[in-house]
Design a protein. Structure first.
Length: 213
């Protein structure tokens, strides 16, 4: 059985098809997108187009079958790249770090190098707007400034917290008064990366993600 194409990759193919048709002066209908991409149902094509509209890459003119247009925006904005979604990270009590590929998340960046995403569990960072089942996009780096939100590895366990530096001591602070700071022993904590973006999916999950628990 062939591996399933990540939705982000398929959506990029939809976008390129629409862009090529628009460049030729022939805006496609939803059904033309369905046929061109080989979707079994027209609803699949419509969902990809609606996601592209939600991402700000296309604009839909209501009441027109051929109403999709490229969104105007700064020329310097790079196209999205696919960032691997790796397992889960605890935003509460520590839990064993899991690196199991769930799928991919589209991120606007010039390169996916050094970027990864993790799904959050726990409620210790709700005060920072990071809720259970959110996805954090992380830039791999071994250090961070005090006050920045990081993913840190304490022995074999990962957590997302606000980094506080007290001299040579590292403290990992929650953003919820119901939780206590984590003060790991010297040399027992390693910063995996800095959180640069938080994603929330109201339905359907992250691109290509597996079941959500």
């Amino acid at each position: 059985m062939a591996p399933r194409t990540p939705p982000g990759v398929t959506r990029e193919r939809v976008y390129r098809f629409v862009r090529e048709r628009l460049a030729r002066g022939f805006p496609p209908t939803v059904r033309e997108v369905q046929h061109a991409l080989g979707f079994r149902a027209v609803q699949t094509a419509r969902e990809h187009l609606e996601r592209l509209v939600a991402e700000g890459r296309l604009v839909k003119q209501a009441g027109h079958a051929r109403g999709y247009r490229l969104a105007a925006g700064p020329a310097q904005l790079p196209p999205p790249v696919l960032v691997p979604l790796l397992g889960r990270v605890q935003a509460g009590d520590l839990s064993l770090a899991v690196e199991e590929l769930e799928g991919y998340v589209p991120v606007r960046a010039r390169s996916a190098e050094g970027l990864f995403a993790l799904r959050v569990q726990g409620e210790s960072m709700t005060g920072a707007g990071i809720l259970p089942d959110d996805v954090v996009v992380v830039r791999s780096q071994p250090t961070a400034r005090s006050g920045e939100i990081v993913v840190a590895l304490v022995e074999d366990e990962a957590t997302v917290k606000t980094l506080r530096l007290r001299g040579r001591r590292i403290e990992l602070h929650p953003a919820n008064p119901d939780f206590q700071p984590i003060v790991p022993p010297p040399d027992a904590c390693r910063v995996l990366g800095k959180v640069i973006e938080v994603r929330r999916f109201l339905e359907g999950g992250a691109a290509g993600a597996g079941p959500r628990s």
